[in-house]
Design a binder for this molecule. Structure first.
Ligand SMILES: [Zn+2]
Length: 131
């Protein structure tokens, strides 16, 4: 896919691997970032992609507790803001808070063990959030 955001991302972070898919997530097993190319030109799509690149850059692999998952999400958003700044862009703070709220809410209904079992991991991120 020849997209300016993707091209620039690969230039800035040559070690990342990207693959087009239905949603946005980081797969630590495959060391692969999946993104939805239909959303990549929208702000939310870019923010989601930066967030997943952040997980990859920070080497996020697993979670030891519910709190751990949330901490990783917060850290990923902080890193995503730095990535966005390299694109001369900013991530909407309300969007970040919304995503963290979704994450917190999900953790109340499914625990981390379940998340691991069903292989959801960071796929929690935006599946239910982007329309
Ligand atoms: Zn995340």
């Amino acid at each position: 896919m020849n997209n300016p955001t993707i091209n620039k991302l690969l230039k800035l972070y040559p070690r990342i691997k990207l693959q087009s898919g239905e949603s946005f997530y980081w797969s630590p097993e495959k060391e692969l970032i999946v993104y939805n190319e239909n959303l990549i030109d929208k702000p939310v799509g870019k923010w989601a992609l930066f967030h997943e690149v952040a997980h990859a850059n920070l080497g996020h692999v697993n979670y030891s507790s519910d709190l751990g998952l949330l901490k990783l999400e917060v850290a990923a958003w902080e890193e995503a803001k730095i990535i966005a700044s390299r694109f001369r862009s900013e991530i909407n703070e309300d969007h970040i808070q919304d995503c963290l709220y979704v994450c917190k809410s999900l953790l109340q209904i499914i625990n981390v063990t379940t998340v691991k079992l069903i292989g959801l991991c960071l796929r929690l991120d935006f599946v239910d959030h982007i329309d």
